[in-house]
Design a binder for this molecule. Structure first.
Ligand code: SF4
Ligand code: SF4
Length: 241
């Protein structure tokens, strides 16, 4: 994103909207966007109601286009044809049945508004998971940036790109939960940004959540949440019970 300095009147209205504080006011009394810090989320353009229409979308050729794909919720990834950072199935498991009995879906959500994430930080997690022999979810946009599955390496052209957040997403047998979390915890101390961990599994008929004992064993505080998209569709899968 850029600001037309010929028309900006320096009202400062746009500054507060930037989630990564990339917009500042200059001594010359116009607003300026730090180009390398901007994640191309489009929030300033959509929301700040600039009185002079001075906020303009610049061209974002590859690899800067990655910023738009991962940061602007209205952008559609050309690889997956869906907007957003992850896959739709994470929230619609009742229909798609991706996460089966005995499995846990794991997502590392790297970066957040306020800090964002460079993709070289995200790569630390993809490399760590590759060392455990884990393959990432094929329909996740981040997975399409992997150039070496065995080593978990991302395309070197995108490593310095900054995004609002990206999701490392995969499924493993539930008894591998602790192994994955121990590895992620080791990586956390090397990260220059934040990440949260999502664990997705089917709830047992008695209402218990099979992944919880693994988390409790590790002494990790747990926030138990559910997203139920009931009534949105008929199951597309049949699972043996
Ligand atoms: S809202 Fe528009 S006029 Fe005001 S500082 Fe931002 S770009 Fe300039
Ligand atoms: S596009 Fe997003 S990151 Fe870039 S200046 Fe605007 S609000 Fe900030």
């Amino acid at each position: 994103m850029i600001i037309n300095q010929d028309t900006c009147i320096g009202c400062g209205q746009c500054v507060q909207y930037c989630p990564v504080r990339a917009i500042t006011m200059t001594d010359q009394s116009f607003a300026l966007i730090a180009f390398d810090d901007c994640v191309e989320c489009g929030v300033c353009l959509r929301n700040s109601d600039c009185p002079t229409d001075s906020i303009e979308q610049n061209d974002c050729p590859w690899p800067r286009s990655i910023r738009v794909n991962f940061s602007n919720p209205l952008a559609e990834h050309k690889e997956t044809r869906i907007p957003g950072r992850g896959t739709e199935e994470m929230k619609t498991n009742d229909v798609t049945g991706r996460f089966k009995n005995g499995e846990v879906g794991i997502a590392f959500e790297v970066g957040r508004p306020g800090i964002g994430a460079r993709l070289f930080e995200v790569e630390k997690l993809t490399v760590a998971m590759a060392r455990l022999g884990i393959r990432l979810e094929p329909n996740n946009p981040l997975t399409h940036l992997i150039v070496d599955e065995d080593k978990g390496l991302l395309n070197p052209e995108v490593l310095n790109e900054k995004v609002l957040s990206a999701i490392v997403e995969f499924t493993v047998p539930i008894n591998r939960t602790e192994e994955v979390l121990i590895s992620a915890k080791e990586i956390a101390s090397t990260m220059g940004t934040v990440f949260s961990v999502d664990l997705i599994c089917k709830v047992e008929p008695d209402g218990s959540v099979p992944v919880v004992p693994f988390i409790n064993n590790m002494g990790i505080p747990l926030s138990e949440n559910g997203k139920n998209n009931l009534g949105l569709g008929k199951p597309l899968f049949m699972e043996e019970v």
